[in-house]
Design a protein around this ligand. Structure first.
Ligand SMILES: O=C(O)CCC(=O)C(=O)O
Length: 246
């Protein structure tokens, strides 16, 4: 992670990585979805190209630096949206937007040059989302805001889109990282083509957001590095993900 990338994630709470997946990889995954093959909620269990996203070599170094060396996959799912489809309003943030609230796994800390996040997301894009198409949106910098419960309801449900709500433009093959400590949500989809995103969510090794942990035995052949990423949450003698020869 370059110093500028670290600055951007600290400043905004999210970052777009361009061209993480090749055109062929995007085409292969889209063909798999078009064939009607996906079974179950978790893309990581659909087929090898999806399983390989668990420890994508271009993304894993960022997860190790931002979440720590015992990072684990908490859960994953896909978002497919057609024109007119709606999903959740703006949510997230350390207090969940509720006065006095507390979202246990949504946090962000800085100390002595090191940053650490709770639950974080890598969203792999299998379709473009141009400015104004809808899809992922956020309030950049809100992972450090002290006043997120002040965001009005009409902004949270997208009836009004002030300057502080941003829908980052992305292209198929890009990956978007964000921390769940960031206020974020899904603007209704308005493009003619289908929105396709694969969301892989990671926690520090000691914590979990989801109660239904991934089980390594469901994945068939996996590498030692993937096995460590699939371990249930724990602290004592937990093996580091960054100490595996690949
Ligand atoms: O990508 C999106 O549409 C937002 C996903 C979301 O709201 C979440 O991960 O909690």
């Amino acid at each position: 992670m370059t110093p500028e990338e670290k600055f951007i994630v600290d400043l905004d709470g999210y970052m777009v990585f361009k061209n993480v997946l090749t055109t062929d990889e995007v085409a292969e995954m889209n063909a798999f979805i078009d064939s009607g093959s996906p079974k179950g909620r978790r893309p990581s269990l659909w087929a090898d190209p999806f399983k390989n996203l668990i420890d994508h070599p271009k993304i894993l170094p960022y997860l190790l630096e931002l979440i720590g060396p015992t990072v684990r996959l908490d859960h994953d799912y896909s978002i497919l949206m057609d024109k007119g489809d709606r999903k959740g309003g703006l949510h997230g943030g350390e207090d969940g937007g509720r006065p006095g609230g507390h979202e246990g796994d949504h946090w962000y800390k800085y100390r002595d040059g090191v940053t650490r996040h709770g639950l974080c997301v890598v969203s792999y894009m299998l379709a473009d989302a141009a400015e104004g198409d809808g899809g992922f949106a956020c309030v950049p910098g809100s992972h450090k805001s002290n006043f997120i419960s002040a965001i009005p309801a009409d902004v949270r449900n997208y009836e009004r889109q002030p300057h502080y709500v941003v829908q980052p433009a992305v292209e198929a093959g890009d990956a978007l990282f964000f921390t769940e400590a960031l206020v974020h949500g899904t603007i209704p989809w308005s493009a003619a083509h289908q929105r396709r995103s694969l969301l892989f969510k990671y926690s520090p090794g000691h914590s979990a957001w989801n109660s239904d942990y991934p089980r390594a035995e469901d994945y068939g052949d996996i590498s030692e590095r993937q096995r460590r990423l699939l371990l249930p949450p724990s602290i004592g003698r937990r093996p580091r993900v960054d100490e595996v020869e690949v």
